[in-house]
Design a protein around this ligand. Structure first.
Ligand code: IMP
Length: 197
């Protein structure tokens, strides 16, 4: 079975990724499971650049097929911040309760129609001797007025999806994967990987 490394140390993301790719005939490893303890500097200015930096670096290090994602939250009222800086926003070690409350407070004066936001995800796949492919997807929502829900991770408790009338932290994992930025980008990438296997 072909090994595929997913270049992330984020357990929340890894859970979602495993669920989505479970029907591929691959051995899917996180960085840790591949025996790698890396902090890769994400110094790109777009989701594409960062995803490619991570996938290429680990592919060159291991010689395996490597997937990497870069994702984040764009809040329109904050000029699309935190964007590519979502993980580092207000400091890497700051809790999401604090980050989420900060965003809610920032939007205190926003009208309902000004609360639009989206999660964006770009997946890059680096194939040894065979180039790099990216796929991008997003999910539209609005910033909730309070923190709600226990599922998911990160900004999920303030990301309200009108179609479901709840935040992505109130969806169960299968529901979130079916509609999320990461779910859609990974499903598109799954087709690319199938061609390669
Ligand atoms: P990355 O590891 O550089 O892609 O960081 C992405 C960051 O964006 C995460 O640490 C979260 O803060 C945020 N983010 C991305 N996807 C999601 C999601 O599905 N739910 C909640 N927050 C997310």
């Amino acid at each position: 079975m072909k090994k595929v490394i997913f270049a992330t140390s984020n357990e929340g993301k890894m859970r979602e990724i495993r669920e989505i790719l479970k029907d591929l005939e691959i051995e899917l490893l996180s960085l840790k499971e591949a025996g790698l303890d890396l902090e890769i500097e994400e110094n790109g200015t777009t989701f594409e650049e960062n995803a490619i930096i991570k996938a290429k670096y680990v592919m060159e290090l291991t010689g395996e097929i490597v997937l990497a994602d870069d994702s984040g939250l764009e809040v329109d009222y904050m000029d699309k911040a935190p964007g590519v800086y979502s993980a580092r926003f207000l400091g890497e070690d700051t809790s999401y309760d604090i980050k989420n409350q900060y965003i809610i407070d920032k939007l205190a004066a926003a009208k309902d129609e000004e609360r639009t936001a989206r999660f964006v995800c770009v997946i890059a796949a680096a194939f040894p001797n065979d180039g790099i492919v990216t796929r991008r997807a997003d999910i539209e929502g609005v910033i909730a007025k309070e923190i709600v829900g226990e599922n998911g991770f990160g900004y999920d408790p303030i990301f309200f999806v009108n179609e479901y009338n709840c935040t992505t932290a109130q969806l169960d994992p299968e529901q979130k994967n079916a509609i999320s930025h990461r779910g859609k980008a990974l499903n598109a990438m799954k087709e690319v990987i199938k061609e390669y296997l």
